[in-house]
Design a protein around this ligand. Structure first.
Ligand SMILES: Nc1nc2c(ncn2[C@@H]2O[C@H](COP(=O)(O)OP(=O)(O)O)[C@@H](O)[C@H]2O)c(=O)[nH]1
Ligand SMILES: [Mg+2]
Length: 339
């Protein structure tokens, strides 16, 4: 086993014992999509399911890393251990932005109950959207009560990563795109808490008002009226919709961070009360299984007769000798045979 541990069990035990070196080693195995991961994942599984996962997203420069650092401070003050994954789907080979993130979080670098990691991925097996949930498992098993996942942008990979979180914060700043743009980007669909950061800047109140108005318009505000007649079915089975909270912060001065923590806690209570937390976690597990299965399938596809079958079928389809559906059937047939 890499990293000077005798067995995968030793490595996982050391991580569960909260040794940062073992935690780092495990995340490196994830990044490299190491063959050891299968053993490691089996050992990690019984240790997982406790961490509260908070996603933080928004455009570059909006203040995600500053807010993450402020949140670390708030959760540490409450005695909770905090893990951070900084993920940039647009630069799988760790760009300068992530380096900057680490610098903004250095105040927590010496705290043994804080673990900060910029995630990179070699790019195969679906890249960061594949690696991030596995890294999350490591931090969960290593006893971090709260895991903050900072992601950049509003692309598809970012939405996938946001789906990992129990609660997703979307950060906006005045002048960086008004409410209408936010709606276009599908932000309201993923946001559980909308944070107007840089509230010290002009225009912050307008942005806040826009968002608050939009959230009221879209969201089913307040409890759903009971429609069940006496003796009828209990219509409360249908979950109420969560209305995203809108909060103002000046992350650079730690202002409003308590409101963010309170909004996250309120969302969690709501999720627990109506079963949404459990539903999200099952959905997340389904995503994970699917990603691993698809990656395995893709790998196997390349393996079938050294990839030559795919080449041959592609040539046949391009030449009109067969159709792509028939070719796909042939490929899948060959893959199951070689298992
Ligand atoms: N004026 C102001 N600047 C802020 C605030 N929060 C962060 N910044 C600054 O905005 C810049 C980008 O912050 P950063 O956290 O790296 O943003 P990220 O790219 O979203 O992670 C940095 O120079 C921060 O100091 C704030 O509340 N007010
Ligand atoms: Mg950042």
């Amino acid at each position: 086993v890499p990293g000077g541990f005798a067995t995968p069990a030793d490595l996982v035990a050391a991580a569960a014992d909260r040794q940062p070196r073992a935690v780092g080693r495990l995340i490196s195995l994830v990044e490299a999509a190491s063959p050891w991961l299968r053993d490691v994942a089996r050992l990690l599984a019984p240790l997982t399911g406790r961490a509260e996962v908070i996603g933080i997203t928004g455009a570059p420069g909006v203040g995600k890393s500053t807010s993450t650092s402020a949140l670390i401070g708030a959760y540490r003050a409450a005695g909770r251990r905090v893990g951070v994954l900084a993920v940039d789907p647009s630069s799988p080979f760790t760009g300068g932005a992530l380096l900057g993130d680490r610098i903004r979080m250095t105040e927590h670098a010496a705290d043994p109950d804080v673990y900060i990691r910029s995630l990179a991925s070699r790019g195969h097996l679906g890249g960061l959207s594949w690696a991030t949930p596995q890294a999350l498992r490591v931090l969960d098993a290593a006893g971090f009560d709260v895991v903050l996942i900072e992601t950049v942008g509003v692309g598809q990979a970012e939405v996938e990563i946001a789906s990992l979180a129990d609660t997703t914060l979307v950060l906006l700043a005045p002048g960086m795109g008004d409410g209408v743009q936010a709606a276009k980007a599908g932000i309201l669909e993923i946001a559980d808490v909308l944070v107007v950061n840089k509230a010290d800047r002009p225009g912050a109140d307008d942005t806040y008002r826009d968002l608050a108005t939009m959230v009221r318009r879209v969201g089913g505000d307040g409890p759903r009226p009971r429609r069940a007649a006496a003796g009828g079915p209990d219509l409360d089975e249908e979950p109420d919709r969560w209305t995203p909270r809108v909060v103002r912060t000046v992350a650079a001065e730690r202002t409003g961070v308590g409101d963010v923590v309170a909004a996250i806690a309120a969302h969690r209570l709501w999720q627990r009360a109506n079963g949404e937390l459990e539903r999200r976690r099952v959905r997340r597990a389904a995503d994970e299984i699917e990603r691993i299965a698809v990656a395995a399938l893709r790998e196997r596809m390349g393996d079938v007769r050294g990839g030559r079958l795919l080449d041959a079928l592609a040539a046949a389809v391009a030449a009109g000798r067969t159709d792509p559906w028939t070719a796909a059937d042939d490929l899948l047939g060959a893959m199951t045979q070689t298992q």
